[in-house]
Design a protein around this ligand. Structure first.
Ligand SMILES: [Zn+2]
Length: 439
């Protein structure tokens, strides 16, 4: 079926979507008192520790209550046992730089954002941290979804979401900057701050923005391009460098500074890929694993395969210059990872053309591995690293007390990072979704 469909033109592929789409909403497995035990499974806990080859995870009330070697974990009487022999479990992935946005104008905002969050989950991304909404109205919808996810109820069938609201940029005075941050916190109820570093704002204004964010208890994420921009916000107390440094090698001294201050670094390699890759039709648009997302991706596939769009990309000097910037980003990721800086996986997916929520996180981690990180380092960056960068305490590792957000795989990703595509099942808050990458 899939082989046949890959031979078809992209437009024709749209017509077979329903056949290759993810199946969702299989009811959760739950035993007496709602306790579930996953047994016989290889556990990669997300901290970077060596895996446990024969492990058991006990889940109750949406949380992990015990996890460890099967010989040391007692399964409560009456628990539903799920035998996962031969499988590998890792924490659900955390995307530290996402954009769950309303991009389909013909659909209600909430429904569109929700199906995008569900698509993240289908691909194993169980938390999406939004570093930018397009409007206050959209922010309000995402904040509602965020607040609903922790309420008792039937269980989540989508990625958890957090949001900065629209990026704060282009303001004129320090006073305006502080008032804007206050409005975001008090009126919009955002849980983090995002800013773009541009020449329109002065270093003093960035200092005020970061200071006000901290006074209100929020982390501040900065969109940068150059080393100078990264240093400017670093010197003013920023928490997260939300894109790669892409103009030159990061000097060892600055890498050491980032590590010392525990500043998070989000490479967003696929963001840069997306800027130039649609100069022609990339092979991945016919990847069966990509086609599983077509219910959401379809509209934009039409756009990025349009010859006029592709010609525009070919003739765009900026788009072409990003090729070199991406090579620089790859080099800096290796430098910073080797220096021990906390790397958080992030993609910029969900905004602009051809940045696929779900699929691109899978591409991102493959690119991180190609940049020179080990599969274990990549897994850490996509789980606990991204959670640390995003200051989310409940996700990113497999340990008692953490949310039972899990990615069960048919193959071991420590052998090949692409094995994160061999999805057996995805669990959110102890509930198993029906997504399957293998059947
Ligand atoms: Zn972004």
């Amino acid at each position: 079926m899939l082989r046949t469909s890959t031979r078809l033109a992209a437009v024709a592929v749209l017509s077979v979507l329903s056949v290759v789409a993810f199946v969702v909403d299989r009811p959760a497995a739950q035993g007496q008192g709602g306790v579930t035990a996953l047994t016989g499974v290889r556990i990669i806990d997300g901290t970077g520790r060596a895996p446990i080859e024969q492990g058991t995870i006990v889940i109750g009330n949406g949380r992990i209550t015990a996890a460890g070697a099967s010989s040391s974990v007692q399964v409560p009487a009456g628990a539903t046992r799920v035998d996962l022999s031969g499988k590998t479990v890792m924490p659900g992935m955390v995307n530290a730089h996402a954009h769950p946005q309303n991009q389909t104008k013909t659909m209600p905002m909430r429904g569109d954002i929700t199906r995008r969050l569900r698509m993240y989950a289908n691909y194993g991304v169980t938390t999406a941290v939004s570093l930018g909404q397009v409007s206050d109205e959209e922010t309000a919808e995402v904040v509602k979804l965020r607040d609903e996810q922790d309420r008792p109820g039937p269980g989540l069938d989508r990625a958890r979401v957090y949001t900065s609201g629209p990026s704060i940029r282009g303001l004129k005075t320090v006073d305006e900057v502080r008032k804007t941050v206050d409005r975001y916190v008090d009126m919009m109820k955002v849980d983090r701050i995002k800013t773009h570093v541009t020449p329109q704002m002065t270093p003093d204004q960035y200092a005020a923005l970061i200071d006000e964010g901290h006074k209100r208890g929020l982390r501040v994420n900065a969109h940068i391009f150059s080393l100078a921009e990264a240093k400017m916000v670093f010197d003013r107390g920023v928490d997260v460098i939300a894109h790669s440094i892409r103009d030159q090698d990061v000097p060892a001294s600055f890498a050491a500074d980032l590590k010392r201050r525990n500043i998070g670094y989000i490479p967003t390699l696929t963001r840069d890929l997306s800027v130039f890759v649609y100069e022609s039709t990339p092979a991945f648009l016919k990847d069966p694993f990509f086609l599983k997302g077509m219910s959401v991706y379809g509209e934009q596939v039409k756009l990025v395969t349009d010859p006029t769009f592709q010609e525009k990309v070919r003739n765009d000097k900026n788009a072409q210059s990003i090729k070199q910037a991406l090579e620089q980003a790859n080099r800096n990721l290796k430098i910073l990872s080797d220096a021990g800086v906390t790397i958080g996986m992030g993609t910029d997916s969900g905004t602009d053309e051809g940045r696929w929520p779900g699929y691109f996180e899978q591409v991102e981690i493959e690119m991180m591995a190609k940049a020179g990180m080990s599969p274990m380092q990549v897994i850490v960056a996509a789980t606990s690293g991204a959670a640390t960068v995003s200051k989310l305490d409940q996700v990113g590792t497999i340990a008692p007390g953490k949310a039972a957000d899990l990615l069960v795989l048919d193959a071991n990703p420590l052998q090949d990072i692409r094995n994160t595509r061999q999805i057996n099942s995805v669990w959110i808050a102890g509930r198993r979704l029906g997504a399957s990458g293998t059947n």
